[in-house]
Write a protein that binds this ligand. Structure first.
Ligand code: C2E
Ligand code: CA
Ligand code: CA
Ligand code: CA
Length: 283
């Protein structure tokens, strides 16, 4: 028994080393990723449930590790954003995301395509960084984007980390004419008081509450409660992770105004997203 325990321990230790080695390798190749132009943006439609038409595009970061322009291996943000958050690179990469998304929007508009709002994710560390507001202001000035075409998505956790400065920063962003949404609503902070204090326009119901909507009366009760709360605070609601017509119908039935998920489209490379801006009807 003693021997088996020892083997288990060694096995565990080996796996720990593998995970650490993998992370180290990821971190060192991430260091050059920005300079090597290995990041790219994909765009996922958010649709208006009243018309089933495109309402906005969420901007989602991808890392084309070891190549650009279609080469390399595409890595998803869950694998590398935590590393960027930890080593602080998220500030520079996040700024690149905002600038590139605004440039893309201007390029699409120059082609005569529909001007659709872009929803850009801000991470906690990026939001805490003192230079954020100035950097957004610079990007607006340099690209000439209409600020009302930019929405920022922040999680409850990110909002709660900043203490007294949060309201000040949100007001400055709002003062530039940009909107704010609460991302992953319901998974983070346990108090709702902040909804009253912060200049927020939208909440995004996390996929965790949408996934089993058809089977779970508890999840339907949660969605109904979120809708009631949002209505009384005059917030609009986006449901994330909508994959089935059944989920979509239930959400529509609850009065949810916007929906996003594989039912409509996966996150798309810019060229494919552009095609939606020509037709902008999704089925
Ligand atoms: P998120 O902001 O909650 O983004 C939604 C995630 O759900 C995306 O994953 C999207 O591809 C995925 N998704 C959308 N519809 C469906 C669906 O119907 N089913 C399923 N199973 N998944 C769906 P993705 O692109 O892997 O991004 C993961 C997370 O990484 C994002 O979660 C966000 O927190 C973060 N992220 C992505 N891009 C950025 C960025 O530019 N900056 C920062 N700070 N974070 C980002
Ligand atoms: Ca988001
Ligand atoms: Ca989300
Ligand atoms: Ca999420």
């Amino acid at each position: 028994a003693k021997g088996a325990g020892r083997n288990n321990y060694q096995f565990f230790d080996q796996r720990m080393n593998q995970a650490a080695a993998r992370r180290f390798a990821l971190e060192s190749s991430l260091r050059g990723a920005l300079a090597n132009e290995e990041f790219e943006l994909h765009y996922q439609p958010i649709i208006d449930t009243a018309t089933r038409r495109l309402h906005a595009l969420e901007v989602l970061l991808r890392w084309r590790r070891g190549g650009r322009d279609g080469g390399g291996v595409l890595v998803g943000p869950d694998e590398f954003i935590p590393i960027l958050e930890e080593n602080g690179m998220i500030v520079a990469v996040g700024e690149w995301v905002i600038r590139s998304a605004c440039e893309q929007s201007m390029a699409w508009q120059a082609l005569g395509l529909a001007a659709v709002p872009l929803a850009i994710n801000l991470s906690a560390r990026q939001f805490m960084h003192d230079g954020l507001v100035a950097s957004i202001r610079r990007i607006v000035g340099a690209t000439g984007i209409d600020p009302s075409l930019v929405e920022f998505e922040l999680t409850e956790t990110a909002l709660m980390q900043h203490g007294g400065r949060t309201l000040d920063i949100l007001r400055q962003i709002n003062g530039m004419g940009m909107r704010l949404s609460i991302d992953d609503f319901g998974t983070g902070y346990s108090s709702l008081a902040y909804l009253k204090r912060f200049p927020v326009r939208k909440i995004k119901i996390d996929r965790a509450f949408v996934r089993e909507l058809e089977a779970s009366s508890e999840d339907r009760a949660i969605v109904a409660a979120v809708m009631a709360l949002a209505n009384s605070l005059q917030l609009s609601v986006v449901a994330e992770g909508v994959e089935t017509e059944g989920q979509y119908e239930l959400l529509r039935g609850h009065g949810c105004q916007f929906a996003q998920g594989y039912l409509f489209a996966r996150p798309l490379p810019a060229a494919e997203a552009a095609r939606l801006l020509v037709s902008s009807v999704l089925d």
